[in-house]
Ligand binder design. Structure first.
Ligand code: UT7
Length: 325
């Protein structure tokens, strides 16, 4: 019998501190930098984001999201036999945030590792977990996206600091004889390393280079709209499905204009697009599982729905996962 992987539980967590655009306007004004609620809403669709308190790390947000996903799947931490965390803001240079999370959950013993694909991290992690479940290396996996991007924002750069937020989302992925994940499609193009990066690194007892996020927003925007359409079509073709069959498109939540463009190209009404960017901002690898969990808990995403998850981000990386929920 063929072995598939299926999502059996979702969970997410946002740190309690919520900053509205008005809060960001006030914070930046204190440094002599001008922005406005109108600009942020019109150009991005973002109205608010959450920032983690000092000392709260990606593994802490991940642990909360995982506890909720485990509860939804009716599993205990010790049932888990694989942990993959997608993050670009790990707790430490090493060991992995996945190992730190594993210990916080009390799920020690199983393989645990991080995936680094920036905002595409969750679709990368989900694809790896799917492959490991299909080949029987694992049966019950936790796949997590967790970020504290507030730590790497340059609050003197209004073109980036208003865009990002912190949070975590998780799914439990279990082996099943019924297909959940139908097809995956992953890509990267390292020629574009410089258009979205945090170039600093640890060396000689300190940080060498700039440890704050840099982005050429327009270059990222242009690439994103093209590759998201390509990847959506590729994953549909692999699964032999049509765009009109999609119940929910759950794209990376970076900019509402990118989501509208993808939806238009796929001839999907915006009612079929899960949107949380307005309340969460761009939470990088956490954005897709946060949006998925929001949709599930709101009763919008139902068992059996055909979901298209799509990520795009630094690297340049992109990809899609098509699944029956
Ligand atoms: O997560 C990974 C994927 N990331 C993304 O997908 C991000 C992709 N890029 C974007 O979403 C958009 O390019 C941005 C939201 C980053 C920028 O939007 P844009 O429409 O491309 O704006 P722009 O960079 O062309 O800037 C337009 C104007 C500029 O002023 P001038 O030169 O026309 O006078 C900027 O200085 O908007 C100005 N501006 C701002 N004004 C007020 C830039 N940031 C701000 C701001 N407040 N925060």
């Amino acid at each position: 019998m063929q072995r598939f992987s299926r999502i059996t539980g979702t969970g997410s967590y946002l740190p309690p501190a919520r900053l509205s655009n008005a809060d960001m306007v006030a914070r930046l004004a204190g440094q002599g930098i001008e922005t406005s609620d109108d600009w942020i809403v019109e150009r991005t669709g973002i109205r608010a984001r959450h920032f983690a308190a000092a000392g709260v790390n990606s593994s802490d947000l991940a642990a909360e999201a995982c506890r909720r996903a485990l509860e939804a799947a009716r599993l205990k931490p010790e049932d888990i036999d694989l942990i993959i965390v997608a993050t670009s803001t790990p707790d430490m240079v090493f060991p992995s945030t996945a190992c730190i999370l594993q210990n916080k959950l009390g799920a020690n013993g199983c393989p645990a590792f991080d995936v680094q694909a920036v905002c595409s991290g969750f679709v990368y992690a989900l694809s790896v977990a799917d492959a490991m479940i299909q080949n029987a290396s694992a049966s019950k996996a936790l796949v997590v996206g967790a970020e504290v991007f507030s730590r790497i924002l340059d609050f003197k750069d209004r073109t980036t600091c208003v865009l990002f937020g912190d949070g975590a989302g998780a799914v439990v992925l279990e082996a099943s004889d019924r297909p959940g994940i139908l097809a995956t499609d992953l890509h990267a193009d390292g020629r574009y390393v410089d258009i979205l990066c945090t170039p600093g690194h640890v060396a000689e007892g300190g940080v060498l280079g700039d440890p704050l996020l840099k982005m050429d927003g327009q270059a990222v925007f242009k690439l994103a709209v093209g590759v998201l359409e390509e990847s959506a079509r590729a994953v549909l073709a692999k699964a032999g499905r049509q765009e009109a069959e999609i119940d929910w498109l759950i794209p990376h939540q970076a900019n509402i204009r990118i989501m509208q463009s993808t939806a238009k190209k796929l001839k999907l009404p915006m009612e079929k697009v899960m949107v949380t960017v307005d309340q969460h901002g761009n939470t990088s690898a956490a954005s897709i599982p946060l949006a998925l969990d929001a949709g599930v808990r709101a009763g919008k995403i139902k068992p059996g729905d055909l979901l298209m998850l799509e990520g795009v981000g630094g690297g340049f990386t992109w990809g899609a996962v098509l699944l029956n929920f």
